[in-house]
Structures are given as structure tokens and as C-alpha cells.
Design a protein around this ligand. Structure first.
Ligand SMILES: [Zn+2]
Length: 272
């Protein structure tokens, strides 16, 4: 019997000491760390490259975004060095998202050809911002909530209209009185200010490294395309423009195209 215990103990030592198991839920942005003397030049996971930065103590911090619909399961995280690749593991759990079913008059749930064309053009304009280059790196600093209020629709909520699945809610809705100031959660650059069919007046801010935040249904805007904004700077006011039933901010976060729960961005710890 003692031999068996020794065998089990030695087997557990064979597995490489550097392999970390990281856990995330659909919609999370997570920080992963690596302590290594190797020069890392690429961090990959789920077929994408992710930003990373070495701190003053020599620890490398990386950030990975898990899309709302990323299939649950295990994915390798690869820290690619000059001569070696360190592989960690990322286990992704299914998110618990609210489901709501509503029945509406057919006229209310369908759009005419002109509206569909406009909705598509709006989506393309937003999508373009996800790939825009912004040369800053704010992920070491803590993000703050753009507006205080009651969360009326959570992230990931899946709506079925007349039994048909609509796209899941890709942000959070924060109900607040019309005119409430909206502040930039992190420093960034204004990539888009536009009036849209469904989103109403929308602002997109790029924070560098593929991190983009979106603000919809605004009543008033204080910034223009190309402006640099500071964390905490007032960028707009809450409104109910576009398809909206009351004053609220729809706040969306994209990271490397992945749909991220804004709450996850707020809970990222500040490390320098
Ligand atoms: Zn919303």
C-alpha cells in the first residue's frame, strides 16, 4: 500500500508545474498570469491572439475574453516564447442567462426592407470599430461603472418573440433618469458617434488592444469622433432614443470581437 501512495505522489509531480488551470464563464474577461524568464511574444487562446504585459516584478499578465456563446469546455492557453510554448488550460462554464418569452403583434416584430437595410448598415458601422487600432493599454487600471442605476436587463438575456429566438442581450441595461451623466469607464478614443435605427444615438469608445465599449439610446453627446477621453470624463447623457421603452443606458463591451459582460470588466483587479 505505501508503494501505491508513493506512485500516486510521484505521478502528480510529473505534470508540469507551470500549467495553470483557469476558469471562466461565458461572457467573462479574465486575467491570466505567467511567471517565466522566457521572452513571451504571443498569447493565444480559442484561435485568437490576446494582449499581455510584463509588470515590474517580472510577472506577465494576459487578458482573454470569452464570447457569450463560446462553447463550454476546455481550451489551451498558449504562451508562445522564442524557444518554448507554455500551455495553460482554460475551462469555460455555461453562463446562467435569463430567458424571456413575449408575444407581440406581427407588425411589431418585423421591419420593412428600408429598416432592415439601415439596421444592417448600423451593425456594420459598429463592427468596424472592433478592429480599429487605438494605441493605449488601459487594462492595468480599474474600470468604473459609466452610470449608477438599476440593472433592468442583464447580460446574456435571451428573448423569444412569438417563439422565435432573437439575438441574446449583448450588454447590460441600466435604468436611470433622462439626462443622467454617463462617464467613460476607462481612458480611450471615441471611434463612433452616430444616430442609429435600433440603438438610437450611439457612442463607441476604443480602449486599445481590441477593447471597445458601446453606449446606446443616448439623449445627448459631449464628444466627437477622434476625441481622446479620460477615465471618468462625461461623454453623454442617458436617454431613450432608438427602439427603447424608457430612459436607460445600454452598455456593451467587446474584447477582440467577443461579447463581454460589462460586470466582468468592472471586477477585473488593478495590477501594476
Ligand atoms: Zn440593452
Amino acid at each position: 500500500m505505501p508503494y501505491l501512495i508513493i506512485l500516486i505522489l510521484s505521478l502528480s509531480f510529473i505534470s508540469p508545474a507551470y500549467a495553470h488551470d483557469w476558469h471562466a464563464t461565458q461572457g467573462d474577461i479574465i486575467e491570466v498570469d505567467l511567471t517565466s524568464n522566457t521572452q513571451i511574444h504571443k498569447l493565444t487562446c480559442m484561435g485568437k491572439e490576446w494582449p499581455f504585459k510584463k509588470d515590474n516584478n517580472g510577472t506577465i499578465h494576459g487578458w482573454i475574453g470569452v464570447d457569450l456563446k463560446q462553447k463550454e469546455g476546455n481550451y489551451p492557453i498558449q504562451w508562445v516564447g522564442v524557444n518554448a510554448i507554455t500551455t495553460d488550460h482554460l475551462s469555460i462554464n455555461k453562463g446562467k442567462f435569463r430567458i424571456s418569452r413575449i408575444t407581440v403583434d406581427k407588425k411589431m416584430s418585423s421591419f420593412d426592407a428600408a429598416a432592415i437595410k439601415r439596421i444592417h448598415a448600423d451593425q456594420q458601422a459598429i463592427k468596424k470599430t472592433y478592429a480599429m487600432n487605438v494605441d493605449i493599454f488601459p487594462l492595468f487600471t480599474k474600470a468604473s461603472i459609466p452610470v449608477e442605476g438599476i440593472e433592468s436587463t442583464p447580460f446574456g438575456a435571451q428573448r423569444y418573440v412569438n417563439g422565435q429566438a432573437k439575438s441574446p442581450h449583448s450588454g447590460i441595461d441600466i435604468a436611470a433618469p433622462k439626462g443622467t451623466a454617463i462617464k467613460a469607464p476607462l481612458a480611450g478614443k471615441v471611434l463612433l458617434v452616430e444616430d442609429m435605427f435600433l440603438n438610437g444615438t450611439l457612442i463607441a469608445i476604443g480602449h486599445g488592444q481590441g477593447l471597445v465599449t458601446l453606449y446606446a439610446h443616448l439623449s445627448k453627446t459631449y464628444v466627437h469622433m477622434g476625441d481622446n477621453v479620460q477615465a471618468g470624463q462625461i461623454i453623454a447623457e442617458v436617454g431613450s432614443t432608438g427602439r427603447s421603452t424608457g430612459a436607460h443606458l445600454h452598455w456593451g463591451v467587446r474584447f477582440n470581437h467577443a461579447r463581454i459582460n460589462p460586470r466582468s470588466l468592472l471586477s477585473l483587479s488593478s495590477k501594476k
